[in-house]
Write a protein that binds this ligand. Sequence first.
Ligand SMILES: [Zn+2]
Length: 325
Amino acid sequence: MKKLSFIFIIYLFYQTTSYSKPPSWGFFAHKEINRLAVFTIPQDLMPFFKKHIVSISENAVNPDKRRYSLKNEAPRHFIDLDVYGKDGLKEVPHRWDSAVSKYSEDTLLSYGIVPWHTYRVYHWLRKAFEEKNLDAILRHSADLGHYIADANVPLHTTENYNGQLTHQHGIHGFWESRLPELYSKNYDFFVGRANYIPDVQEYIWTAIEKAHLAKDSVLLLEQKLNEETKPGKKYSYETRGATNVKVYSKPYSYKYHMLLNGMVERRMRASIKMIGDIWYTAWADAGQPELSELLTLDLTDKEKRKLNEDKTKWESRTVKSREHN
Ligand SMILES: [Zn+2]
């Protein structure tokens, strides 16, 4: 049985990778992470998530789209822990109200709120389950998956998020998009069944801690590789649609992939498992509501219109946002 589900997950993964090129690989990874998280859900809740897998996966990228149209969206995707001192991880209180008392809300918003916002969305999802509100359940499930995946990325926990402070501009997309583009076909995405999490807030902070502890390796290993690489070997050009784009060359990417020793795969696996865990916990904490009546329903027209509006706003990009996939 275990083996069968594993093969099924891999099959789904290959199926989706063979589609025409998505707008960006960062978007691709977010969608895949949400999609694969559905397969971690225990049997009692699985029919509901499976029925809505397309919506949950396709809308995994909505929070990134909203960054260009909603002013307060941007800080929800990261936390610059290093601005809080060398021991930022220990310094920053985990509870939102304690963190606000210590630093002020403005400061927290300036340097990112991904751990606190993720916890807030867990509460919204729990309430949506309690109310059996399909639109809200699907919206918050998709969003929660996005924020959890971001919280697991090392460069989402530092002010040097794109290597701009260490002459490594572009490393964000290199780690988060280019490497999955080249190597995720070989990643093992079987992460087992979701578990109930007694303390969601601390679980989120543990993920942030793991991501942040990997941040130095992400930057230093690329710096070392860059120093050892002959000029002209670092970048190459690839055709994307009708245009040629500059990319990190395949040999350079391969060396970085080897130096990272499975880190991107580990962070993706951790994201998938954690999303399943927190979806499941939100439902359990809502009193395990019976959702069979929602199996025959689809999103309301109002919600569909809202999703379309978000897309249009994203296309017109009225708000500036930091580089991030
Ligand atoms: Zn994001």
